[in-house]
Design a protein around this ligand. Structure first.
Ligand code: KG4
Ligand code: ZN
Length: 345
């Protein structure tokens, strides 16, 4: 058993995350979501970078304190080098490199998407290989065939907006605070009537990809034709807003389930995994769970705190790479558009 101690740092978007992994287990996690973006209706990159700079030192000191460890106890420091917002990545990577240099320990660059794939391991559940992964968040909607640790094949992804981005954009029009996904999901899962019918995009010749911009436009037109506009939102009576939420959720769940079904038909997977903030949706979890059980394979999804961005998932990848001495030079830069390849850095 490898008892190494790894500090994981996540700053790719609007979560400031620090966590400690000891022996592959999450022993401390101080991840916070930056609330300052709420009033802008979206993440403001410059403000996110500044907030990371302010929040990260206390988060790192906090996890060391929680676990009663010092910097000298660390065996490595891992941080997200991409994909994500350039300025935010720079804050986390620079800080991580500094801690690694001060401790005289290696630094490990972690791909954020790879970290999402394996956050499930922090729950103690080991997914059977190969598995099909749906990474679905505010920044990504991606279908990946996972053959092994480090061996990934990108099947498809969104051609335009990410699913979470769609929820956040239409949610704003409907008067929900940012980010709107959880509120739309709650209204949809409590709604009893018949949902508003919205179109589902299907991409000819590309069965594993998604498109959500048509749905966004359809919702905008639906609202414009029916409700008075008040600034950048529409005044919608509560029961109607719930029917619209249910319609949006049903359309997104259908499109995601379609892509997952097509991928399952084309491959031989032993489990379906959903991760990323949108995988916290009760409606989507139910839909994908039913699909997996019809096929007789498990549906796996981490609890919401491990679905959304967090330091633990970064530390876990660092811990795995440390075990095989995969470190990185401190001169490796951030890569805001890093891809998920079979071969990492
Ligand atoms: O993974 P995450 O924290 O950050 C990104 O990497 O984007 O995902 C945030 C996204 C937001 O778009 C938010 O609206 C959405 O996840 N979200 C949800 C739910 N909780 C968060 N969407 C649907 N249902 C939820 N329960
Ligand atoms: Zn993420």
């Amino acid at each position: 058993m490898n008892h190494s101690v790894v500090l994981g740092i996540e700053t790719s978007c609007d979560e400031t995350g620090a966590a400690l992994i000891v022996g592959g287990k999450l022993v401390a996690d101080r991840t916070t979501t930056q609330v300052l973006h709420e009033k802008y209706g979206g993440v403001v990159p410059e403000l996110a970078s500044r907030a990371h700079e302010q929040l990260l030192p206390a988060a790192v000191a906090g996890v060391l304190n929680d676990a009663d460890l010092r910097i000298t106890d660390l065996d490595a420091v891992a941080s997200t080098y991409g994909p994500g917002l350039a300025g935010s990545l720079l804050v986390g990577v620079s800080f991580a490199k500094g801690v690694a240099a001060a401790a005289g320990k290696p630094w490990i660059a972690v791909n954020h998407l790879e970290a999402h794939l394996w956050s499930i391991m922090l729950t103690g559940v080991v997914p059977p290989l190969p598995f099909l992964a749906l990474i679905v968040s505010g920044g990504h909607t991606l279908l990946v065939a996972v053959h092994n640790f480090g061996d990934y094949y990108r099947l498809g992804g969104t051609r335009d907006d990410a699913a979470g981005e769609l929820f956040d954009k239409v949610g704003r029009l409907m008067g929900f605070p940012f980010p709107a996904g959880a509120a739309i999901d709650r209204e949809a899962s409590e709604f009893q009537g018949s949902p508003v019918e919205f179109p589902r995009a299907r991409l000819a010749g590309d069965p594993f990809s998604f498109s959500f911009s048509g749905l966004k436009t359809a919702v905008l037109y639906y609202l414009r034709n029916r409700y008075p506009q008040n600034g950048n939102r529409f005044d919608i009576p509560a029961p109607e807003r719930a029917a619209i939420s249910a319609g949006i959720m049903a359309a997104v769940a259908d499109m995601l389930a379609d892509g997952v079904t097509n991928a399952c038909d084309a491959g031989d997977y032993r489990a379906i995994l959903a991760t990323g903030g949108v995988a916290a949706s009760r409606v989507i979890k139910k839909r994908l769970g039913d699909m997996a059980s019809q096929r007789g394979i498990p549906f796996l999804t981490p609890p919401p705190a491990l679905c959304t961005d967090n330091g633990g998932m970064i530390g876990y990848i660092g811990w795995r790479r440390l075990a095989t001495n995969q470190y990185h030079s401190l001169s490796i830069p951030v890569d805001p558009s890093a891809q998920l390849f079979s071969h990492q850095l």
